[in-house]
Design a protein around this ligand. Structure first.
Ligand code: SF4
Ligand code: FES
Length: 217
């Protein structure tokens, strides 16, 4: 199939982004990431994008594909293209490093120190490891995008697992940037590529807190 790949470009020092157009022949079954990589290798080696595993496990390749947060390595060209058009842009809510690569330290810095010490002590924690830390939920969340203090969907979902295993959550989780800041839009759960369901977990954590079934440290 013929595809018009449009890539949002921005490099350090540029005053504004630009959109580059690449007309290419693509296999509908190939991934958007493979297509971008092919264009990069054949046409423009300055195109910057992140990738590692190529099978949806590392979370590196999150980006907007025709306006929707997806992992490019598990998104097929034929499924994502609209009338042959494929617009790829960096995730929202993060600083752009270059082109499609974003700085996710904003998300990682929100992980309360306590959640880093979780041990896999309960079956309920198994899902914890399904989060690939891709940042898609931050990009999709209207609060994470507009309220810098907000801990964000994945962090609060991790805190929910901590509440289940330890019966305690960090103070920040119950504070102004915690579970009560969520507006229950559920865009995070809709877009999460691994079904981690952060929105539902935030609601469950609220119920635990309201019922006094979890302590705040
Ligand atoms: S909760 Fe889902 S969307 Fe958010 S970082 Fe984890 S895997 Fe990505
Ligand atoms: S390259 Fe690892 S999730 Fe896409």
């Amino acid at each position: 199939m013929k595809v018009r790949l449009i890539v949002r470009r921005w490099k350090q020092g540029w005053t504004r982004p630009r959109y580059d157009v690449f007309d290419v022949e693509a296999d509908p079954e190939e991934s958007v990431l493979d297509l971008i990589e092919r264009v990069s290798l054949s046409t423009d080696r300055t195109l910057v994008f992140e990738h590692a595993c190529h099978h949806g496990a590392c979370g590196a390749c999150g980006m907007l594909i025709n306006g929707v947060e997806r992992l490019a390595c598990v998104t097929k060209v034929g499924e994502a293209a609209r009338k042959g058009l494929l617009l790829v842009e960096p995730l929202r809510g993060f600083e752009v490093i270059s082109d499609l690569a974003v700085d996710k330290s904003r998300m990682f810095s929100k992980y309360p120190a306590e959640t880093q010490t979780l041990e896999p002590v309960a079956a309920s924690l198994e899902k914890l490891y399904d989060c690939v830390e891709c940042g898609v939920c931050y990009s999709a969340c209207p609060i994470a995008n507009t309220y810098g203090e907000y801990l964000g969907p994945s962090v609060l979902a991790l805190a929910y697992h901590r509440a289940l295993s330890d019966g305690v959550v960090p103070g920040s989780v119950a504070g102004s940037g915690g579970v009560w800041a969520c507006h229950a839009a559920f865009d995070c759960s809709e877009k999460c590529p691994v079904g981690f369901k952060p929105g539902e977990k935030i609601m469950k954590l609220r119920r635990l807190l309201l019922g006094g079934r979890v302590k705040v440290s």
